[in-house]
Write a protein that binds this ligand. Structure first.
Ligand code: ATP
Length: 252
């Protein structure tokens, strides 16, 4: 069942409009003229094989890697802004591999999420309460060193840290990577909850079946190019997608 259909339909206004985006790394072309739109309030997922350029696209949107082409966010152009200014506008990433700061506690990692946007916006306690409501385990473990937590707990912490920066679009890079199915279900429940509360989500996933079940719309990236895009429920029944992306490894 497509879980996304439970939430109210997203608007047709664009949160992100990406036009002819290119990323090059010293001779390697990672993205070739990528054009796509992410609508306000939707979950948009990008699927594709290893090395297709998925992380490069997330990193180009958040400004961690340089790119050419246009990235309009809520109508304003991002592509000349440094990463920290994009974060302040609410373009915030949960990186692949979580990247929590192992020697710091859960609470210290969460507070870093405020520092990352340059200022503590609003009421930090209210922000913490929101994160702890979404992930009660983080409240229980608030004093624990994050490096001693399980992979699933670290993923929840990485999402919580991003939420402390008040994302308007949350970009998640492979949130299911290396996690047990029961933990993946918890993480995806939280992603759907954030979306139902109104947050726009850009989800990069290798678990294509789960990603397409979760998202409203989707694109397939292969060798740096978008080869398909459309409604997630339609792509989930596309024979080529089924053949190439619904293998044993992606089953859950
Ligand atoms: P994965 O699922 O394995 O993370 P991906 O779809 O996210 O893959 P990218 O990590 O964006 O793909 O990589 C796209 C291409 O760019 C690959 O050929 C990769 O080897 C190359 N690449 C990525 N980062 C760099 C870098 N910093 N320097 C040089 N080449 C890079």
């Amino acid at each position: 069942m497509n879980q996304a259909t439970h939430s109210s339909p997203p608007s047709t206004a664009n949160a992100l409009a990406i036009d002819k985006l290119e990323v090059h790394y010293q001779g390697i072309i990672a993205l070739r003229s990528v054009t796509l739109e992410v609508r306000q309030g939707e979950i948009f997922t990008l699927i594709g094989p290893n090395g297709a350029g998925k992380s490069s696209l997330v990193n180009a949107i958040t400004g961690i890697v340089p790119s050419t082409g246009a990235i309009a966010f809520e109508g304003g152009e991002l592509n000349r802004l440094p990463a920290h200014q994009r974060a302040r506008r609410g373009v915030i990433q949960v990186p692949e591999g979580r990247r929590v700061i192992a020697p710091l506690s859960v609470m210290e990692n969460l507070l870093l999420g405020c520092e990352a946007v340059g200022a503590r916006k609003g009421d930090v306690q209210a922000d913490l309460d929101r994160v702890f409501t979404l992930f009660p385990i983080l409240a229980e473990r608030r004093s624990q060193l994050s490096g001693t937590m399980s992979g699933g707990q670290q993923q929840m912490l990485a999402i919580g840290r991003a939420l402390m920066g008040h994302p308007r679009v949350l970009l998640l890079d492979e949130p299911s990577l290396g996690l047990a199915p029961v933990i993946i279900a918890d993480v995806f429940r939280a992603i759907r909850q954030l979306n139902q509360d109104g947050m726009t989500i850009f989800l990069v996933e290798q678990n294509a079946r789960l990603a397409l079940e979760t998202a409203h719309r989707a694109a397939v990236l292969e060798q740096g190019r978008i080869v398909k895009q459309g409604e997630a429920a339609v792509l989930a029944h596309d024979p080529e997608v089924e053949e190439h992306y619904f293998g044993q490894a992606a089953a859950h």
